[in-house]
Design a protein around this ligand. Structure first.
Ligand code: NCD
Length: 504
């Protein structure tokens, strides 16, 4: 069975095949058996001289310590930071530089958790040693999904096909439900049932993706309706840290009817899973449930050690693993987010740009954004010209400036305020280049940060476009982009997430 994890980055569960997931389940299961039969020590030197660095920008108990336990029991070492207090992140150091440093610190693998979606793909692009995603924003948590699957695999005698699983809690702001449901989508005849408030419900883009991958997703009216029809029930806490402005009190009342107490499980042969932690204030699982046969979340957490140990062993337990080699990351260049447009109607455009020989026309700005965009660019204070204009009868204003080749940060500033601007680069009085600047629409995506300098990249998924980093679908909505231009652009994108920065 296939399972080549040597030197691989572990970023998204969608990068795994069914065979690879099963391979890791078997490997994790073997680790559990070694433990139970008292033979843990036979692997005590397997990762001798290997070092893991953990970089946790967000709180963690289980994920961080179980990776450490895995390293320790395999004879390796670990070091890192847990929380950014006391690190140079407090001095505005970028993820890019911090990751580069942690590679240069003679580590062999990085495990990172960060609040922004897509930050782990970015870390992997920068690092020249393997990177493991310990949770990126509300995006993914692939090793959690693998340990969840290992738990189910172990409790269900290695059968994953035909699984019926319920989801409840906060399905919208968490990452574990996304990764687990995508992991399960590799198996046949999977049914997901869920019941939650609209505000905390399954994200529509995920439901769509699951449907495409053959998973049946059904919304039920109550927790008992779900419990009645599933073998496992997966509960999550409300991710309050990702709901700015929402008070815990309001969430408590919102979730009241969805709490798991004895009355919800009574009469059903169901196992309750939870990635943990349970929020003690909200108590989304009543403590009395802990003492029933339904409780499976603490053994689930222990499977986390077995799974992560197995994964580290597969990744680093061989000679010739990819070590830090002293090289700096390659220049990652500009992204592939510039949708080229024909510079048609040059004469007409010429009408608007007659007074600049060399510079840029920032065109097709959204109505009402002109002031905000010109303030954000602050061109005049930087020593450039800035003419703002709105043409009668045309809703979209534009800006012209003698600054040519706008820096990426300026392009991002524009696109954050006014999505999909058209950029005309003018040289010798003619439009030398014309493109629409696309920026991932997911407001929590790392590509939208200004200081991090992540070049926005997309990849092709069938006829659709997805962000390389957060993997959310992107819809080109620019009115003026023709179907032919759009298709040519989509066809120009890579069909897979290829490594950048460190080609062999
Ligand atoms: C989860 C996480 O951080 O995404 N915790 C974990 O890794 N076990 C779930 C959570 O914090 O709710």
């Amino acid at each position: 069975m296939s399972g080549n994890f040597r030197d691989r980055d572990i970023i998204s569960i969608t990068d795994f095949s069914r065979a690879e997931i099963l391979h890791l389940c078997e490997a994790g299961h073997r680790m559990a058996e070694l433990e139970k039969s008292g033979r843990r020590n036979i692997l005590r030197d397997a990762l001798k001289h290997r070092t893991l660095s953990y970089m946790f920008y967000e709180p963690s108990t289980r994920t961080r310590t179980s990776f450490n336990t895995g390293m320790r029991e395999l004879g390796g070492r670990y070091d890192g930071f847990s929380g950014t207090e006391g690190t140079s992140v407090m001095k505005n150091e970028t993820v890019r530089d911090t990751v580069t440093m942690m590679c240069a610190n003679h580590n062999d693998v990085l495990v990172m958790r960060h609040p922004l979606d897509g930050s782990l793909q970015w870390a992997a692009d920068v690092a020249n040693i393997p990177v493991i995603n310990g949770g990126d924003g509300r995006n993914e948590h692939p090793t959690q999904a693998l340990l969840d699957v290992l738990t189910i695999y172990s409790l269900r005698e290695a059968r994953l096909d035909g699984l019926r699983i319920g989801f409840g809690g906060d399905l919208s702001h968490g990452r574990t439900v996304r990764s687990l449901s995508l992991a399960l989508s590799h198996f046949d005849d999977i049914t997901i049932r869920w019941a939650a408030e609209d505000f905390l419900g399954m994200p529509p883009d995920l439901v769509e993706l699951l449907a495409d991958r053959g998973v049946k997703v059904v919304r039920d009216g109550s927790v008992r309706d779900v419990m009645r029809q599933v073998d496992f029930y997966y509960r999550t806490r409300p991710q309050l840290e990702r709901m700015p402005g929402v008070k815990q009190r309001d969430i408590v009342s919102m979730m009241k009817q969805y709490r798991i107490d004895l009355s919800k499980i009574e009469g059903f042969d169901v196992r309750v899973l939870h990635p943990l932690p349970v929020n003690s204030e909200i108590a989304e699982i009543d403590y009395r449930v802990y003492f029933t046969p339904a409780q499976a979340f603490f053994s689930q957490a222990e499977y986390g050690i077995f799974l992560r140990k197995a994964l580290l062993h597969e990744m680093l337990g061989h000679e010739g693993y990819r070590r830090y080699d002293g090289r700096l990351p390659q220049v990652l260049g500009t992204g592939n987010n510039r949708l080229p447009r024909q510079a048609r109607g040059a004469a007409r455009s010429g009408m608007f740009i007659d007074r600049i020989q060399d510079g840029t026309v920032i065109d097709h700005l959204q109505p009402g954004t002109l002031r905000a965009v010109s303030d954000a660019l602050d061109l005049e204070n930087r020593g450039y010209s800035c003419t703002t204009a709105t043409i009668p009868e045309k809703p979209n204003p534009f800006i012209k400036t003698n600054l040519r080749d706008l820096p990426e940060r300026d392009l991002k500033r524009i696109a954050l305020l006014s999505p999909e601007p058209t950029i005309d680069s003018v040289k010798d009085g003619r439009i030398a280049e014309k493109f629409v600047y696309l920026l991932c629409a997911n407001t929590n995506c790392i590509t939208r940060t200004i200081n991090e300098d992540v070049p926005p990249r997309f990849f092709r998924d069938g006829g659709a476009i997805r962000c390389r980093y957060c993997r959310r679908p992107y819809l080109v909505s620019h009115r003026k982009v023709t179907a032919v231009e759009r298709k040519a652009y989509v066809d120009s994108l890579p069909a897979v997430i290829e490594p950048v920065g460190y080609p062999e």
